[in-house]
Write a new protein. Sequence first.
Length: 176
Amino acid sequence: VYEVCTDHLDHIQNLIGYFKSKGMHNIAYVGPTPKCRADRRLEAFKNAMAFHNYELNENFIVQSTFNNNEICESIKELFTNDVCKPDAIIAGSPRFGMLAMKTCHMLNIKIPDEVGIVAIGSSKYFDIIYPSLSSIELPLYNMGLKAAQMFLEIIKGGDVEKIAVLPSEIIVRESM
């Protein structure tokens, strides 16, 4: 099986390092329940937290279906704990990022003053919502192009690497 992917560990590690430099220590992950073992985002989050010597708070890991109301309720639960609330959220998808922002607005939590939010993935709406949503931009076009190139090389009988890893980029906007 051939694969074209990004290095989730690298970009999540860099993102947590950025949060650390800003004094943010209580970092939550909210994302979809993985549909397959190939979804490495949560695993990368856990490894990146360990890399930065952060204690992993299992209460700060929220996985949900794609039902908007369920997602918002799950995110609300992050902020109902009187002991410790997240000061940063990494959203496993654009949808989870926008719903995290919506939930924070509903709870009158100021973004980015009280919580920073970053979504993995991109959306044309990130620049027009307020505050604009920071993201880890995945090179989806280039991933598709690389997959097509690999496929054509396989058809020609050429030698192809099993895994191609492409870089991603942290786009800092107003939400962090």
